[in-house]
Write a protein of this length. Structure first.
Length: 107
């Protein structure tokens, strides 16, 4: 079952707003995880490990000015929303390369 175009478009922007790259692959990964969790093949602990790995990668590749626990926490919060399905993750502005740790949002 394919998701409607508008839902695909929203997911694309949500993935971008989390800070992930290679959107097609990332969207496929999120959908795969949702499907595997729905069928009880992956448990919540496995999903958390996947999100932690993604958050680590995003924060490791951030510019030095952004590399911090607070930045990683913001990425992880957005991943939690994204993996929950259908939740707004917020603007990418706080995760943009121009952001500093002081102006990251506390959503």
């Amino acid at each position: 079952m394919n998701m409607p175009y508008e839902k695909q478009k929203k997911l694309h922007f949500d993935v971008t707003n989390v800070g992930l790259r290679a959107q097609a692959t990332a969207v496929g990964l999120v959908q795969l995880c949702l499907e595997l969790r729905r069928t009880n093949i992956l448990d919540e602990a496995a999903i958390e490990r996947i999100k932690d790995t993604i958050a680590d990668e995003v924060s490791v590749t951030a510019p030095r000015a952004l590399a911090s626990q607070r930045y990683r926490g913001e990425v992880k919060t957005r991943l939690d929303k994204l993996f929950a399905g259908g939740h707004e993750v917020g603007s990418a502005e706080a995760l943009s390369f121009g952001a500093t740790p002081d102006n990251l949002s506390d959503e």
